[in-house]
Ligand binder design. Structure first.
Ligand code: ZN
Ligand code: FE
Ligand code: FE
Ligand code: FE
Length: 212
């Protein structure tokens, strides 16, 4: 009984092998279909990041207003201007594809900006802790964008859309630059905090030495 089963199994396997070899002559067709599906997927992801950038033009001013240090306020203000320009650049990309610029809600960016809002709610106004939190939230946003544009550049290259790949690569570099700036601001803030803590300790040590 078992033998018969395995014989049947090997027979059907042989049959499917024969089928797949006859199908392989259709490989060109299969490729064409998946290429236009890929293009559709690409446009869909463009709609996602277009929504995300437009959303950021509303979220960044809130974060800027809530920030404590002038340095962070400036960094967020600068990136707002860059973001507004990115919206325009994405509109150009849609135009190059012969498509109407259309936004599709990005759940990830909504979540990331919600985290930014709760950091504002949970930290005290005028503190460095708030800035540390805002920088962390902003860097999560930048990293999401870096991941997105990195993939979009690769996709555009695969689809042989080199002009579009160049535009997206330009935006990718702006996001990397924003991330770098935020790291620098964070390092400076930590330094300020660390130096003020040091001086308190020094004062205490000085007092201790006086009493001794
Ligand atoms: Zn997105
Ligand atoms: Fe952006
Ligand atoms: Fe998304
Ligand atoms: Fe950005």
């Amino acid at each position: 009984m078992q033998k018969t089963k395995s014989k049947t199994a090997s027979k059907s396997r042989g049959a499917s092998r024969a089928q797949s070899s006859s199908r392989s002559s259709n490989a060109g067709n299969v490729k064409e279909t998946s290429s236009s599906a890929l293009q559709e997927f690409f446009v869909d992801q463009l709609k996602d990041i277009y929504w995300a950038e437009k959303h950021l033009t509303k979220a960044l001013p809130k974060m800027q207003k809530a920030a404590t240090t002038e340095e962070l306020k400036d960094a967020l203000e600068d990136h707002l201007a860059v973001t507004e320009d990115q919206v325009t650049q994405l509109e150009k990309v849609f135009e190059m594809l012969g498509k109407k610029a259309q936004a599709k809600k990005c759940e990830a960016m909504e979540g990331l900006t919600k985290e930014g809002s709760s950091i504002i709610d949970e930290t005290e106004k005028g503190t460095l802790t708030r800035d540390v939190g805002l920088i962390m939230a902003a860097q999560k946003v930048e990293h999401y964008e870096i991941a997105t544009y990195g993939s979009l550049v690769q996709l555009a290259k695969t689809l042989q859309l080199s002009d579009i790949a160049n535009i997206l690569e330009g935006i990718l570099n702006e996001e990397k630059e924003a991330d770098k700036t935020l790291t620098e601001v964070a390092e400076n803030n930590i330094n300020i905090e660390a130096s003020s803590e040091d001086s308190e300790e020094e004062e205490e040590t000085a007092k201790d030495e006086e009493t001794e």
